[in-house]
Design a protein around this ligand. Structure first.
Ligand SMILES: Cc1cc2nc3c(=O)[nH]c(=O)nc-3n(C[C@H](O)[C@H](O)[C@H](O)COP(=O)(O)OP(=O)(O)OC[C@H]3O[C@@H](n4cnc5c(N)ncnc54)[C@H](O)[C@@H]3O)c2cc1C
Length: 454
């Protein structure tokens, strides 16, 4: 069967911010905060700032959730998270649960549990460290055996000896959630402008004074860079080094099909999520493509620990991306077209071999899905930091400039909680200890700590 590659965001999302992404709105002359990037981190921050009556303008070069936030698997999980992230994930869970009823906007959030499978005793034992952490934070996670597994997943249980499950974990719809949060932010007074690249910033007396967009300048004392996979490039043009490497994740979805599986399952062959439309989102659990670029060589010393951890799942290749990054301008005139206008939406092609593998193994891993058809596939660029934990930080060099990036493959679930935390950081009233998230940790001699993400 032919698999349709996509421009699905433009086609399927009924929103004034997608499709024709040149928004008719012009930036305001003045605002309290400018947010650069309309992914889940940017829109969640806009929502919480607007909720407190702060004037906020969000500029997105393409359309809302056009990049990672609209392309991910849709897992909203606490299970297996790095301990440093747990306070933010708990806050996020609280927000996901109440968001739709509080705002009237549908994120597609549902709680159906998150299961990690175990093929053998060694894998089952590897979950022990999470069980201890879960107990510490009062999270209801349990190890289950094959018999209990069959109640959860039916016939698929025969593939595994057991697993670990957190029933309060959830899922949401990537093609709905970020747009829903953006609409809620707009209702509270946030100005959201799509098709509007931020080209750079200006300072006065060393502090941030203006954000320069392709539609004109905005006077402001505060800006947040939430530019996802573009953050390192944007910051580099300001003389700020942000270690960031990208991996391509390939994803697919099936048609509607009835099975017992009602949550999310992480399995090293095929991970799946039940979708609101009755189908399943599918991804290979152990294939990530890294296209080698000059950044790989430059930042690799900081990534040694992460590379060792992910060695088995990374597929390295070198091609056009190396030359593209090498020849990309490092700086540009702010009154001329910038590299951001030239690439409105990062839309990598899905890896055909990965899709073929998923298609071949689907019926074996999930017998009840043997008749399901893959009807769409896509890919997204996941951006990672050396310790696989995000950066949520003020930038000392430019007072008024903040950075929130590097959510390393799990920013969708954490997104609303991160938005709440970031909005408080910007107001100088931090709600959690942000030291673990500061950018400087990569440069001040702190050990780069990669906790196992089971
Ligand atoms: C295949 C895949 C699977 C994933 N699965 C999960 C999952 O199951 N659960 C989970 O929690 N997370 C998952 N993630 C990770 C999650 O999607 C991301 O961590 C999260 O979406 C990051 O949000 P963001 O707002 O930081 O970035 P993005 O969503 O990438 O948004 C950044 C935005 O900034 C814009 N931008 C960049 N530069 C500029 C500029 N100069 N001016 C204006 N706009 C600009 C971009 O156009 C983009 O829209 C996955 C990611 C991928 C790709």
């Amino acid at each position: 069967m032919e698999i349709k590659n996509i421009e699905f965001f433009a086609e399927n999302v009924n929103s004034t911010w997608s499709g024709d992404f040149q928004s008719p709105i012009n930036p305001p002359k003045n605002t309290d905060v400018v947010i650069i990037g309309g992914g889940i981190i940017g829109v969640s921050t806009a929502y919480f700032l607007a909720k407190e009556g702060i004037k906020v303008c969000l500029c997105e070069k393409g359309y809302i959730s056009g990049e990672q936030s609209g392309r991910n698997w849709g897992f909203v999980r606490i299970q297996g998270r790095d301990e440093r992230e747990i306070p933010m994930v708990l806050e996020s869970q609280r927000i996901w649960r109440s968001f739709s009823s509080e705002t009237g906007e549908d994120t597609g959030y549902e709680e159906g549990g998150c299961l990690f499978t175990a093929h053998n005793e060694k894998e089952l034992q590897s979950y022990q460290s999470w069980l201890e952490l879960a107990e510490k934070y009062d999270i209801e996670t349990e190890l289950i055996d094959q018999k209990a597994l069959s109640n959860e997943v039916g016939l698929a249980s025969k593939n595994w000896i057991g697993g670990i499950i957190t029933r309060t974990d959830g899922r949401a719809e990537p093609q709905k959630a970020t747009l829903a949060i953006a609409r809620a932010a707009e209702k509270l007074g946030a100005i959201i402008i799509t098709g509007c690249s931020v080209r750079g910033i200006e300072t006065s007396g060393g502090s941030l004074s203006k954000v320069i967009t392709e539609k004109g300048p905005i006077n402001t004392s505060t800006a947040l860079c939430a530019a996802g996979a573009w953050s390192s490039y944007f910051c580099r043009s300001l003389g700020i080094s942000v270690p960031q490497l990208k991996v391509r994740g390939t994803v697919a979805r099936t048609n509607r099909i009835e099975t017992k599986i009602n949550g999310t399952i992480f399995d090293k062959r095929i991970s799946i999520r039940k979708r609101n439309d009755g189908g399943y989102t599918l991804a290979h659990g152990s294939i990530l493509d890294h296209l080698i670029t000059p950044s790989t060589l430059y930042y690799s010393p900081k990534y040694i620990r992460a590379l060792i951890n992910e060695f088995n799942v990374l597929r390295l290749s070198i091609g056009r991306e190396f030359i593209n990054e090498l020849t990309a301008p490092k700086t540009w005139d702010l009154d001329k077209e910038s590299p951001f206008e030239k690439n409105r939406v990062l839309n990598p092609k899905p890896n055909k071999k990965t899709i073929a593998k998923i298609q071949k193994q689907l019926g074996k891993v999930y017998p009840e899905l043997k008749d399901a058809n893959i009807v769409e596939s896509w890919a997204g660029m996941v951006e990672t930091t050396p310790d696989v934990v995000p950066v949520i930080s003020h930038i000392d060099k430019i007072p008024g400039f903040y950075l929130s990036t590097g959510f390393s493959g799990h920013g969708f679930g954490i997104g609303p909680g991160a938005g709440s935390v970031i909005s408080k950081m910007i107001q100088n009233e931090p709600t959690i200890d942000l030291r673990e998230f500061r950018l400087e940790r990569f440069f001040d001699g702190s050990p780069i700590r990669v906790e196992t993400d089971i």
